[in-house]
Design a protein around this ligand. Structure first.
Ligand SMILES: C[S@@+](CC[C@H](N)C(=O)[O-])C[C@H]1O[C@@H](n2cnc3c(N)ncnc32)[C@H](O)[C@@H]1O
Length: 218
C-alpha cells in the first residue's frame, strides 16, 4: 500500500512510464499499446482464469532481456501477448529470431495482429494458449497470463507435450512461480526483485521475474 510521498512518487513514475512507453509504441507499432484491456474471465476466489491485458514497460523488458540472449535459431513466443508490447520491444532491439504471440482476448489480440502485419519477422494468433503446440518454440515468455491453478494446468500441459528443452521467462512470477520449484526438469537460472529502475518506481509493490530452463528429458 502506497502512502504519502510514496503515493505521489508512484503516481509520477506511472505517468512517466506510460508516456515513454506510448512514444516508443508509436515509433514501432504506429499506435500506443498502453491502454488496459480487462480480463475476459477470472475467478480469483478459486485461482482460475486469466488476467487483463497490461503491457509490460519497455524499461522492465530491457532489464529482463539483459539476462537472455536470443539467437537466429531461436523461436520466441509470448504466451498471452496482449497488444504485443513484448514483440515490439524485441523488434526495437533487433532480436535475430522469429517472434510469435498468442492472445485469447480479441480486443487486445486484434491490436497486436493489426500492427504486426507490417513485420515479416512477427506473427500473432488470436486463440487459446491451451490449444497450442509448443514444440516449434525454444523461448517462452509470460507476463502472468493465468491465475495460479490455471498456470499449473498450463505447466502440466507443457510438460506432457514438449519434446525439447526450452527457456521460460516469467515476469510477475510471485503469485505462481513457486509451483515450478522442485518439478523435474525445471531449473531456475536467475530471479530478480524489481522495485524501481533508474529511480522510477515500476509498480505499486515490488515485482519479481525469473528465468528458467525446462528439459523434458530429465
Ligand atoms: C498481463 S497481459 C500481458 C501482455 C503482454 N505479454 C505484455 O507483457 O505486455 C496477459 C495476457 O494473457 C492473456 N491470456 C490469458 N489467458 C490466455 C490464454 N489461455 N490464451 C491466450 N492468452 C491468454 C490475457 O488475455 C492477457 O492479455
Amino acid at each position: 500500500m502506497e502512502k504519502g510521498f510514496d503515493r505521489i512518487y508512484g503516481a509520477i513514475s506511472r505517468r512517466l512510464l506510460r508516456t515513454v512507453d506510448g512514444i516508443i509504441d508509436q515509433r514501432i507499432c504506429g499506435q500506443s499499446l498502453v491502454k488496459y484491456v480487462p480480463s475476459v474471465y477470472r475467478d480469483d476466489a478459486n485461482g482460475v482464469g486469466m488476467t487483463g491485458s497490461q503491457s509490460t514497460s519497455y524499461v522492465i523488458l530491457d532489464r529482463i532481456f539483459s539476462h537472455v540472449s536470443l539467437t537466429e535459431e531461436d523461436s520466441f513466443l509470448d504466451v498471452g501477448c496482449g497488444k504485443g508490447r513484448v514483440l515490439a520491444f524485441l523488434l526495437k532491439e533487433h532480436a535475430p529470431c522469429a517472434l510469435y504471440g498468442v492472445e485469447i482476448n480479441e480486443i487486445s489480440g486484434s491490436v497486436a495482429v493489426e500492427w504486426t502485419a507490417r513485420y515479416e519477422q512477427v506473427s500473432v494468433k488470436i486463440g487459446d494458449a491451451f490449444e497450442m503446440d509448443y514444440n516449434p518454440y525454444t523461448v517462452l515468455f509470460m507476463n502472468r497470463p493465468f491465475l495460479p491453478k490455471t498456470f499449473l494446468e498450463f505447466i502440466e500441459k507443457l510438460e506432457s507435450t514438449l519434446t525439447h528443452p526450452i527457456t521460460f521467462i516469467y515476469w510477475v512470477d510471485q503469485q505462481s512461480g513457486y509451483l515450478l520449484k522442485d518439478r523435474p526438469g525445471w531449473n531456475m537460472q536467475f530471479r530478480e526483485k524489481l522495485t524501481s529502475i533508474y529511480g522510477v518506481k515500476i509498480a505499486k509493490a515490488p515485482q519479481y521475474y525469473s528465468i528458467w530452463t525446462y528439459d523434458p528429458g530429465v
